[in-house]
Write a protein that binds this ligand. Sequence first.
Ligand SMILES: Nc1ncnc2c1ncn2[C@@H]1O[C@H](COP(=O)(O)OP(=O)(O)OP(=O)(O)O)[C@@H](O)[C@H]1O
Length: 237
Amino acid sequence: MTETVVVAKDLKVVRGRREVLHDLDFSIRAGEVTGLLGPSGCGKTTLMRALVGVQAKVTGTVIVLGSPAGSASLRQRIGYVTQAASVYDDLTVTENLRFFARILGAPTSSVSEVVETVDLVSHQHQVVRDLSGGQRSRVSLAAALLGAPDLLVLDEPTVGLDPVLREQLWGTFRDLAAAGAAVIVSSHVMDEAERCDRLLLMRGGAILADGSPAEIKQKANADDIEQAFLALVKGAA
Ligand SMILES: Nc1ncnc2c1ncn2[C@@H]1O[C@H](COP(=O)(O)OP(=O)(O)OP(=O)(O)O)[C@@H](O)[C@H]1O
């Protein structure tokens, strides 16, 4: 049976004075890439922050790997990559990763493993400042992979990347899921939907649809996810 890694019930978040997530119920499974898709401002980052346990004013229940989101015991088991690069510009790829491995208590041998996973072997001794944007985001991803996390939360990891690199990164996400991790990837680009095993389609702080790309298209009687999204919005109006 597939392991359920996240269970959220009545998840509500207030930011500023506004409620930005409204009573969400969903679950996330191991071994799958779950796409969190929806337009800018719909609440993807807020939802991810709630799962990782760094979001204030969360109500409802969010259980991650059997413990409440934000529990200290989860720190080593979750990898989180935000939209902003989170590595040091003046250190090399390897120096950055050794530093993060030490903080995480991950073995030094994991550094070369993650460098290979993100395909940066030929750049490992370069300072991060001299890398391209896409290479830099792969260093952040590598840092998140160091502790071999059971849950990977990736906020728009492919934004601004060229198609070849995007393809490569999706291959990496698929490999990580195949190895048993639960991988959550957010995107506002609907054409990334088909690469996911499962989708949570969001709009205005609510979940419009939850299912495989095929199930969602069938339910909305649409040929692609963008059309399905539009049909679901019309249906909900
Ligand atoms: N610090 C904040 N204070 C008040 N409101 C905020 C804050 N941060 C975000 N919001 C609001 O919360 C809502 C959800 O934002 P969030 O960043 O989660 O959306 P998103 O779907 O990730 O957007 P994007 O794709 O542009 O990153 C938005 O309406 C946003 O304006």
